[in-house]
Ligand binder design. Structure first.
Ligand code: HEM
Length: 182
């Protein structure tokens, strides 16, 4: 993944737990880089190792770290760095979610080597919809939960998020389905 992802983890950990915690986590994850370049692609394993090491060092479940990171990604990384792109995503939560399937197409103009997830929207009702999340990357479902929570805060709406279906556990194929009610 692009370095901006690892850089965002660094910013979140440093903000919430300080520089020393970040240095310890980086060492535990065996990261040799002094800093991450936003526009350079790094192996996904670095990102997974950083989440893992953060979970162990901070004694916080990896699921919770991913949820917090999803919120941070929307409210800090995306809103501060790409506010225009985020605001163009919609005037309210429903509009943003309806546009989400196309969102990373625009992001790809900035990051041409992006390997983004796929989103589909189904069962659209007045106050709810089902968001299908498809990716080859394992274990990021709680990141998606955090992203939706971040969007809820951004649009100042209360949401209920339920994982109602999982991808095939053997092949990893098919969507994870989140029912979002607001
Ligand atoms: C301006 C805002 C955004 C930018 C710049 C951005 C950029 C990125 C980048 C660079 C990656 C790493 C993938 C790679 O490097 O190949 C990524 C992954 C991802 N993004 Fe976005 N993104 C943005 C907003 C969002 C939003 C709003 C959502 C969903 C609500 C989202 C969902 C995801 C997910 C789930 C992944 C993990 C990769 C996977 O599941 O395979 N992103 N994005």
């Amino acid at each position: 993944m692009y370095g901006m992802v690892n850089k965002a983890i660094q910013q979140m950990v440093t903000r919430d737990h300080g520089e020393d915690a970040w240095e310890a986590i980086k060492n535990a994850a065996n990261v040799k880089e002094d800093l991450f370049l936003s526009n350079t692609s790094y192996p996904d394993s670095i990102t997974y190792d950083l989440v893992d090491a953060s979970s162990k060092y901070l004694n916080i479940d990896a699921e919770l770290i991913l949820i917090e990171f999803g919120k941070f990604w929307v409210l800090v990384t995306a809103m501060e760095g790409y506010g225009g792109l985020m605001r163009a995503g919609g005037n309210n939560l429903k509009e943003f979610l309806l546009n989400l399937p196309n969102f990373h197409t625009r992001v790809s103009m900035v990051f041409p080597e992006l390997i983004p997830p796929t989103f589909e929207v189904h069962n659209i009702a007045v106050n709810s919809l089902d968001l299908h999340y498809i990716t080859h990357r394992p274990g990021l479902q709680n990141f998606v939960v955090g992203l939706i929570k971040g969007l809820s805060t951004m649009y100042e709406v209360e949401t209920e998020i339920t994982l109602i279906a999982n991808r095939d556990p053997d092949t990893g194929k098919g969507p994870d389905v989140f029912r979002i009610v607001w």
